[in-house]
Design a protein around this ligand. Structure first.
Ligand SMILES: [Zn+2]
Length: 123
């Protein structure tokens, strides 16, 4: 059976289990896969950040909004993806997706987020 190199598609000579024609093609192919994975991860993270931002934007109307976490999660919000954080004088850590921030809190035993807008003093 004729076999072709995974990287360059040239005919492979030699051992039956060979899948590349040369060590060059082997490393070239691995490099391409690695690069592709990085690009995909890059897109994936950007996509989640965009989703998070639009959800925060949607729910955060004026001033400070407090809402149940599950309301955000239902829309696809993932709190593990954020662009930066800000710690206030009480050591509360607000996470941000661009200009929209959220602080995890518990109110009446319910998991909630306090939504805020980024302000210049939070630099
Ligand atoms: Zn090859």
């Amino acid at each position: 059976m004729e076999r072709a190199c995974l990287n360059c598609n040239e005919k492979i000579e030699g051992r039956i289990d060979k899948i590349y024609c040369s060590t060059y093609c082997k490393s070239s192919y691995h490099y391409k896969i690695k690069k592709k994975k990085t690009v995909t991860r890059f897109k994936e993270v950007n996509e989640q950040l965009k989703i998070n931002r639009s959800i925060l934007k949607h729910f955060h109307t004026t001033g400070k909004t407090i809402m149940r976490k599950e309301e955000l999660f239902k829309k696809g919000f993932n709190p593990n993806f954020f662009t930066n954080y800000w710690k206030n004088s009480k050591n509360d850590i607000y996470l941000f997706c661009y200009e929209y921030g959220y602080l995890s809190l518990k109110e009446a035993n319910k998991e909630k987020y306090l939504l805020i807008n980024w302000q210049p003093y939070m630099q």
